[in-house]
Design a protein around this ligand. Sequence first.
Ligand code: SF4
Length: 396
Amino acid sequence: MKRSIGLYVHIPFCQHKCSYCDFYSVVSLEAMERFTETIVKEIRLWAQQEQLDATVETIFWGGGTPSLLECTQAEQIASALRSVFSLAPSYEWTIEANPGTVTLEKLRYYRELGINRISFGVQSFDHRELEFLERIHSAQQAEEAVELARRAGFNNVNLDVIYALPGQDLETYQRTLERVCALAPEHISAYSLVYEHGTPLYRQLQRGAIIPLDEDQEAAFYSKTVEFLAQRGYRQYEVSNFARPGRQCRHNLLYWRRGQYVGFGPSAHSHVDNIRWSNVRSLRRYFDAIERGSLPIVAREHLTIEQQRAESIFLGLRADGIELDAFARAYGVWLDRGMLGDMITEWQQKGWACLDGRRLHLTSRGYALCDALTLQLLDALERAQSASGSFVDCNV
Ligand code: SF4
Protein backbone atom coordinates (compact mmCIF):
# COMPACT_ATOMS: atom_id res chain seq x y z
CA MET A 1 0.00 0.00 0.00
CA LYS A 2 1.22 3.48 -0.82
CA ARG A 3 2.26 5.36 2.28
CA SER A 4 1.67 9.08 2.94
CA ILE A 5 4.71 11.22 3.55
CA GLY A 6 5.82 14.82 3.90
CA LEU A 7 8.88 16.41 2.31
CA TYR A 8 11.12 19.00 3.91
CA VAL A 9 13.58 21.07 1.87
CA HIS A 10 16.18 23.12 3.74
CA ILE A 11 17.43 26.24 1.96
CA PRO A 12 20.53 27.21 3.96
CA PHE A 13 20.99 30.88 3.03
CA CYS A 14 20.16 34.09 4.88
CA GLN A 15 20.91 37.70 4.04
CA HIS A 16 21.90 38.32 7.64
CA LYS A 17 22.03 36.08 10.70
CA CYS A 18 19.39 37.07 13.29
CA SER A 19 20.74 37.31 16.83
CA TYR A 20 18.61 34.52 18.30
CA CYS A 21 18.68 31.96 15.47
CA ASP A 22 20.42 28.60 15.58
CA PHE A 23 19.03 27.13 12.36
CA TYR A 24 21.74 26.14 9.93
CA SER A 25 22.36 28.83 7.32
CA VAL A 26 25.22 30.79 5.75
CA VAL A 27 25.15 34.48 4.92
CA SER A 28 27.15 34.33 1.74
CA LEU A 29 24.76 33.86 -1.19
CA GLU A 30 27.48 32.99 -3.71
CA ALA A 31 26.82 29.25 -3.54
CA MET A 32 23.09 29.41 -4.25
CA GLU A 33 23.40 28.26 -7.84
CA ARG A 34 25.67 25.37 -6.90
CA PHE A 35 23.31 24.51 -4.05
CA THR A 36 20.35 24.38 -6.43
CA GLU A 37 22.14 21.97 -8.75
CA THR A 38 23.28 19.88 -5.79
CA ILE A 39 19.92 19.55 -4.08
CA VAL A 40 18.36 18.49 -7.38
CA LYS A 41 21.03 15.74 -7.53
CA GLU A 42 20.30 14.80 -3.92
CA ILE A 43 16.56 14.42 -4.61
CA ARG A 44 17.23 12.22 -7.64
CA LEU A 45 19.91 10.19 -5.87
CA TRP A 46 17.64 9.58 -2.89
CA ALA A 47 14.78 8.46 -5.14
CA GLN A 48 17.08 6.02 -6.99
CA GLN A 49 18.40 4.49 -3.77
CA GLU A 50 15.22 4.34 -1.70
CA GLN A 51 12.41 3.80 -4.21
CA LEU A 52 9.76 4.63 -1.62
CA ASP A 53 6.21 4.01 -2.84
CA ALA A 54 4.61 7.11 -1.37
CA THR A 55 2.13 9.90 -1.88
CA VAL A 56 3.28 13.32 -0.77
CA GLU A 57 0.67 15.06 1.38
CA THR A 58 2.77 18.03 2.48
CA ILE A 59 5.91 19.87 1.41
CA PHE A 60 7.70 22.44 3.54
CA TRP A 61 10.50 24.66 2.27
CA GLY A 62 12.27 26.03 5.35
CA GLY A 63 15.62 27.37 6.21
CA GLY A 64 17.41 29.62 6.17
CA THR A 65 15.43 31.83 3.88
CA PRO A 66 13.79 29.96 0.99
CA SER A 67 12.42 33.24 -0.36
CA LEU A 68 15.99 34.20 -1.31
CA LEU A 69 15.79 31.63 -4.12
CA GLU A 70 15.57 33.11 -7.57
CA CYS A 71 12.48 32.01 -9.52
CA THR A 72 14.55 29.76 -11.78
CA GLN A 73 16.21 28.11 -8.78
CA ALA A 74 12.86 27.50 -7.06
CA GLU A 75 11.56 26.08 -10.33
CA GLN A 76 14.46 23.60 -10.64
CA ILE A 77 13.92 22.28 -7.10
CA ALA A 78 10.14 22.08 -7.54
CA SER A 79 10.56 20.19 -10.84
CA ALA A 80 12.95 17.70 -9.26
CA LEU A 81 10.45 17.01 -6.47
CA ARG A 82 7.58 16.63 -8.91
CA SER A 83 9.61 14.31 -11.14
CA VAL A 84 10.32 11.77 -8.40
CA PHE A 85 7.35 12.06 -6.04
CA SER A 86 3.62 11.94 -6.65
CA LEU A 87 1.66 14.69 -4.95
CA ALA A 88 -1.72 14.08 -3.34
CA PRO A 89 -4.48 16.12 -5.04
CA SER A 90 -5.06 18.16 -1.87
CA TYR A 91 -1.41 18.66 -0.92
CA GLU A 92 -0.20 21.50 1.33
CA TRP A 93 3.02 23.18 0.17
CA THR A 94 4.53 25.82 2.43
CA ILE A 95 7.38 28.23 1.80
CA GLU A 96 8.99 30.23 4.58
CA ALA A 97 9.66 33.82 3.62
CA ASN A 98 11.47 36.75 5.14
CA PRO A 99 9.36 39.89 4.55
CA GLY A 100 12.51 41.73 3.45
CA THR A 101 13.05 39.41 0.47
CA VAL A 102 9.79 39.14 -1.48
CA THR A 103 8.40 40.83 -4.57
CA LEU A 104 5.01 40.42 -6.21
CA GLU A 105 6.66 38.76 -9.20
CA LYS A 106 8.40 36.18 -6.99
CA LEU A 107 5.26 35.45 -4.98
CA ARG A 108 3.21 34.98 -8.15
CA TYR A 109 5.85 32.60 -9.43
CA TYR A 110 5.68 30.54 -6.24
CA ARG A 111 1.93 30.19 -6.73
CA GLU A 112 2.51 29.08 -10.34
CA LEU A 113 4.88 26.40 -9.06
CA GLY A 114 2.05 25.06 -6.92
CA ILE A 115 3.15 26.48 -3.55
CA ASN A 116 -0.11 27.19 -1.69
CA ARG A 117 0.90 28.29 1.81
CA ILE A 118 3.36 30.97 2.93
CA SER A 119 4.87 31.57 6.32
CA PHE A 120 6.34 35.00 7.07
CA GLY A 121 8.80 35.53 9.91
CA VAL A 122 7.30 38.83 11.07
CA GLN A 123 8.42 38.44 14.73
CA SER A 124 7.38 41.91 15.96
CA PHE A 125 5.86 45.18 14.79
CA ASP A 126 8.03 47.26 17.13
CA HIS A 127 11.09 48.68 15.39
CA ARG A 128 13.31 48.47 18.50
CA GLU A 129 12.43 44.82 18.94
CA LEU A 130 13.12 44.12 15.27
CA GLU A 131 16.53 45.78 15.68
CA PHE A 132 17.24 43.79 18.82
CA LEU A 133 16.43 40.56 16.96
CA GLU A 134 18.56 41.80 14.02
CA ARG A 135 15.77 41.28 11.51
CA ILE A 136 16.45 42.74 8.06
CA HIS A 137 12.93 44.11 7.53
CA SER A 138 10.77 46.84 9.02
CA ALA A 139 7.25 46.48 10.42
CA GLN A 140 5.91 48.22 7.32
CA GLN A 141 7.71 45.78 5.01
CA ALA A 142 6.08 42.91 6.90
CA GLU A 143 2.63 44.38 6.27
CA GLU A 144 3.45 45.01 2.62
CA ALA A 145 4.73 41.45 2.20
CA VAL A 146 1.45 39.99 3.47
CA GLU A 147 -0.48 42.32 1.17
CA LEU A 148 1.65 41.18 -1.79
CA ALA A 149 1.12 37.53 -0.87
CA ARG A 150 -2.65 38.06 -0.90
CA ARG A 151 -2.42 39.76 -4.29
CA ALA A 152 -0.35 36.85 -5.58
CA GLY A 153 -3.17 34.48 -4.59
CA PHE A 154 -2.03 33.02 -1.26
CA ASN A 155 -5.09 32.26 0.83
CA ASN A 156 -3.20 30.35 3.50
CA VAL A 157 -0.77 32.60 5.36
CA ASN A 158 1.11 32.08 8.61
CA LEU A 159 2.79 34.83 10.60
CA ASP A 160 5.50 34.04 13.18
CA VAL A 161 5.91 36.27 16.23
CA ILE A 162 8.35 36.14 19.14
CA TYR A 163 7.53 37.31 22.66
CA ALA A 164 9.17 37.64 26.08
CA LEU A 165 12.06 39.71 24.76
CA PRO A 166 14.26 41.40 27.38
CA GLY A 167 12.60 44.64 28.43
CA GLN A 168 9.43 43.95 26.41
CA ASP A 169 6.17 44.96 28.05
CA LEU A 170 2.71 43.54 27.54
CA GLU A 171 1.39 46.74 25.94
CA THR A 172 4.00 46.69 23.16
CA TYR A 173 3.37 43.01 22.64
CA GLN A 174 -0.38 43.57 22.45
CA ARG A 175 0.20 46.17 19.72
CA THR A 176 2.16 43.56 17.76
CA LEU A 177 -0.65 41.03 18.18
CA GLU A 178 -3.21 43.64 17.08
CA ARG A 179 -1.27 44.36 13.90
CA VAL A 180 -0.77 40.66 13.26
CA CYS A 181 -4.51 39.99 13.59
CA ALA A 182 -5.37 43.04 11.46
CA LEU A 183 -3.63 41.22 8.59
CA ALA A 184 -6.06 38.30 9.10
CA PRO A 185 -3.58 35.43 8.70
CA GLU A 186 -5.07 31.94 8.71
CA HIS A 187 -2.38 30.76 11.14
CA ILE A 188 -0.16 32.34 13.80
CA SER A 189 2.92 30.85 15.44
CA ALA A 190 3.86 32.70 18.65
CA TYR A 191 7.10 31.60 20.24
CA SER A 192 8.68 32.60 23.50
CA LEU A 193 12.26 33.80 22.95
CA VAL A 194 14.75 31.00 23.52
CA TYR A 195 18.41 31.74 24.22
CA GLU A 196 19.88 29.05 22.00
CA HIS A 197 23.40 27.96 22.83
CA GLY A 198 25.98 29.38 20.41
CA THR A 199 23.90 32.33 19.20
CA PRO A 200 24.95 35.99 19.61
CA LEU A 201 21.98 36.44 21.93
CA TYR A 202 23.20 33.61 24.14
CA ARG A 203 26.63 35.24 24.36
CA GLN A 204 25.02 38.56 25.35
CA LEU A 205 23.14 36.73 28.07
CA GLN A 206 26.34 35.05 29.31
CA ARG A 207 28.12 38.43 29.46
CA GLY A 208 25.23 39.89 31.45
CA ALA A 209 24.53 42.40 28.68
CA ILE A 210 20.83 41.51 28.70
CA ILE A 211 18.45 40.47 31.44
CA PRO A 212 15.89 37.86 30.42
CA LEU A 213 12.33 38.01 31.67
CA ASP A 214 11.65 35.79 34.65
CA GLU A 215 9.29 32.80 34.58
CA ASP A 216 6.27 34.74 35.86
CA GLN A 217 6.74 37.50 33.30
CA GLU A 218 7.10 34.94 30.53
CA ALA A 219 3.94 33.19 31.74
CA ALA A 220 2.09 36.52 31.51
CA PHE A 221 3.12 36.86 27.85
CA TYR A 222 1.97 33.31 27.15
CA SER A 223 -1.44 33.99 28.79
CA LYS A 224 -1.79 37.22 26.83
CA THR A 225 -1.09 35.32 23.59
CA VAL A 226 -3.62 32.58 24.29
CA GLU A 227 -6.39 34.94 25.45
CA PHE A 228 -5.88 37.52 22.75
CA LEU A 229 -5.81 35.01 19.91
CA ALA A 230 -8.75 32.98 21.29
CA GLN A 231 -10.87 36.15 21.30
CA ARG A 232 -10.08 36.60 17.62
CA GLY A 233 -11.00 33.06 16.60
CA TYR A 234 -7.58 31.38 16.61
CA ARG A 235 -7.64 27.95 18.24
CA GLN A 236 -4.49 26.76 19.97
CA TYR A 237 -3.54 23.31 18.73
CA GLU A 238 0.07 23.19 19.93
CA VAL A 239 2.09 24.99 22.59
CA SER A 240 3.01 27.83 20.18
CA ASN A 241 0.58 27.40 17.28
CA PHE A 242 -2.85 28.87 16.65
CA ALA A 243 -5.10 28.52 13.63
CA ARG A 244 -8.47 29.42 12.21
CA PRO A 245 -10.71 26.32 12.00
CA GLY A 246 -9.31 23.86 9.46
CA ARG A 247 -6.10 25.87 8.93
CA GLN A 248 -3.68 23.97 11.15
CA CYS A 249 -0.31 23.40 9.49
CA ARG A 250 -0.62 19.86 8.15
CA HIS A 251 3.13 19.50 7.76
CA ASN A 252 3.80 20.29 11.41
CA LEU A 253 0.95 18.01 12.49
CA LEU A 254 2.71 15.26 10.56
CA TYR A 255 5.84 15.80 12.71
CA TRP A 256 3.88 15.90 15.94
CA ARG A 257 1.92 12.77 15.07
CA ARG A 258 5.14 10.88 14.32
CA GLY A 259 4.34 10.75 10.64
CA GLN A 260 6.86 9.89 7.93
CA TYR A 261 8.86 12.55 6.14
CA VAL A 262 11.99 12.90 4.07
CA GLY A 263 14.27 15.92 4.30
CA PHE A 264 16.64 17.31 1.68
CA GLY A 265 19.39 19.91 2.05
CA PRO A 266 22.03 20.37 4.76
CA SER A 267 20.83 19.71 8.34
CA ALA A 268 17.46 18.32 7.14
CA HIS A 269 15.95 15.49 9.19
CA SER A 270 13.95 12.48 8.03
CA HIS A 271 11.78 9.81 9.64
CA VAL A 272 10.58 6.70 7.81
CA ASP A 273 9.59 3.33 9.32
CA ASN A 274 10.86 4.34 12.76
CA ILE A 275 14.29 5.18 11.39
CA ARG A 276 15.49 8.74 11.86
CA TRP A 277 18.39 10.26 10.03
CA SER A 278 19.83 13.68 9.45
CA ASN A 279 21.92 15.35 6.80
CA VAL A 280 25.28 16.93 7.46
CA ARG A 281 25.12 20.47 8.89
CA SER A 282 27.75 21.98 6.62
CA LEU A 283 27.30 23.24 3.09
CA ARG A 284 30.85 22.26 2.11
CA ARG A 285 30.48 18.68 3.34
CA TYR A 286 27.02 18.51 1.78
CA PHE A 287 28.46 19.46 -1.62
CA ASP A 288 31.38 17.01 -1.19
CA ALA A 289 29.09 14.06 -0.39
CA ILE A 290 26.68 14.57 -3.26
CA GLU A 291 29.36 15.37 -5.78
CA ARG A 292 30.97 12.03 -4.79
CA GLY A 293 27.61 10.34 -5.46
CA SER A 294 26.73 9.70 -1.79
CA LEU A 295 23.79 10.87 0.26
CA PRO A 296 24.93 13.46 2.86
CA ILE A 297 23.63 11.49 5.84
CA VAL A 298 25.57 11.75 9.11
CA ALA A 299 23.35 10.10 11.69
CA ARG A 300 20.93 7.24 11.30
CA GLU A 301 19.09 5.69 14.21
CA HIS A 302 16.52 2.91 14.44
CA LEU A 303 14.17 3.95 17.23
CA THR A 304 13.56 1.38 19.95
CA ILE A 305 10.00 0.76 21.08
CA GLU A 306 10.77 2.75 24.27
CA GLN A 307 11.95 5.72 22.17
CA GLN A 308 8.84 5.50 19.98
CA ARG A 309 6.64 5.45 23.07
CA ALA A 310 8.46 8.45 24.61
CA GLU A 311 8.15 10.36 21.33
CA SER A 312 4.44 9.59 21.11
CA ILE A 313 4.06 11.13 24.56
CA PHE A 314 6.13 14.25 24.21
CA LEU A 315 4.99 15.07 20.68
CA GLY A 316 1.36 14.19 21.45
CA LEU A 317 1.21 16.29 24.62
CA ARG A 318 2.71 19.37 23.00
CA ALA A 319 0.27 19.16 20.07
CA ASP A 320 -3.16 17.72 19.51
CA GLY A 321 -3.05 14.89 22.02
CA ILE A 322 -2.65 11.14 22.42
CA GLU A 323 -5.24 8.65 21.17
CA LEU A 324 -5.48 6.36 24.19
CA ASP A 325 -6.63 3.24 22.35
CA ALA A 326 -4.04 3.57 19.58
CA PHE A 327 -1.36 4.16 22.24
CA ALA A 328 -2.41 1.02 24.13
CA ARG A 329 -2.40 -1.05 20.94
CA ALA A 330 1.08 0.20 19.99
CA TYR A 331 2.75 0.05 23.41
CA GLY A 332 0.59 -2.19 25.64
CA VAL A 333 -0.03 0.61 28.14
CA TRP A 334 -3.37 2.17 29.06
CA LEU A 335 -2.70 5.75 30.09
CA ASP A 336 -6.15 5.98 31.68
CA ARG A 337 -5.81 3.00 34.03
CA GLY A 338 -3.98 2.27 37.29
CA MET A 339 -1.60 4.85 38.69
CA LEU A 340 -1.24 6.52 35.28
CA GLY A 341 -5.01 6.90 35.16
CA ASP A 342 -4.94 8.53 38.64
CA MET A 343 -2.37 11.00 37.39
CA ILE A 344 -4.39 11.85 34.30
CA THR A 345 -7.53 12.33 36.46
CA GLU A 346 -5.55 14.75 38.62
CA TRP A 347 -4.45 16.67 35.51
CA GLN A 348 -8.08 16.93 34.45
CA GLN A 349 -9.16 18.13 37.91
CA LYS A 350 -6.47 20.81 37.84
CA GLY A 351 -7.59 21.98 34.40
CA TRP A 352 -4.35 20.92 32.67
CA ALA A 353 -5.77 18.19 30.42
CA CYS A 354 -9.05 16.91 29.08
CA LEU A 355 -10.40 13.89 27.32
CA ASP A 356 -12.00 14.51 23.98
CA GLY A 357 -13.63 11.13 23.32
CA ARG A 358 -10.65 8.82 23.74
CA ARG A 359 -8.05 11.49 22.99
CA LEU A 360 -6.07 12.93 25.88
CA HIS A 361 -4.89 16.46 25.23
CA LEU A 362 -3.57 19.38 27.19
CA THR A 363 -5.54 22.57 27.74
CA SER A 364 -3.99 26.02 27.33
CA ARG A 365 -3.04 25.93 31.02
CA GLY A 366 -1.56 22.48 30.49
CA TYR A 367 0.45 23.58 27.43
CA ALA A 368 2.12 26.17 29.67
CA LEU A 369 3.38 23.25 31.80
CA CYS A 370 3.97 20.92 28.87
CA ASP A 371 7.61 20.06 29.62
CA ALA A 372 6.93 19.33 33.29
CA LEU A 373 3.81 17.24 32.53
CA THR A 374 5.68 15.28 29.88
CA LEU A 375 8.44 14.43 32.35
CA GLN A 376 5.86 13.51 34.97
CA LEU A 377 4.14 11.08 32.61
CA LEU A 378 7.40 9.57 31.35
CA ASP A 379 8.60 9.07 34.95
CA ALA A 380 5.31 7.47 35.95
CA LEU A 381 5.50 5.14 32.95
CA GLU A 382 9.00 4.08 33.89
CA ARG A 383 7.91 3.37 37.44
CA ALA A 384 4.91 1.36 36.22
CA GLN A 385 7.21 -0.57 33.93
CA SER A 386 9.73 -1.31 36.72
CA ALA A 387 6.93 -2.42 39.02
CA SER A 388 5.50 -4.82 36.44
CA GLY A 389 8.93 -5.91 35.20
CA SER A 390 7.72 -5.79 31.62
CA PHE A 391 7.61 -3.18 28.93
CA VAL A 392 4.20 -4.23 27.68
CA ASP A 393 1.06 -4.75 29.70
CA CYS A 394 2.55 -2.84 32.62
CA ASN A 395 -0.81 -1.62 33.85
CA VAL A 396 -3.40 -3.82 32.20
S1 SF4 B 1 16.10 34.83 8.59
FE1 SF4 B 1 15.26 33.05 9.71
S2 SF4 B 1 16.70 31.36 9.36
FE2 SF4 B 1 17.73 33.27 8.76
S3 SF4 B 1 18.90 33.86 10.56
FE3 SF4 B 1 16.92 34.94 10.67
S4 SF4 B 1 15.58 33.58 11.86
FE4 SF4 B 1 17.37 32.36 11.21
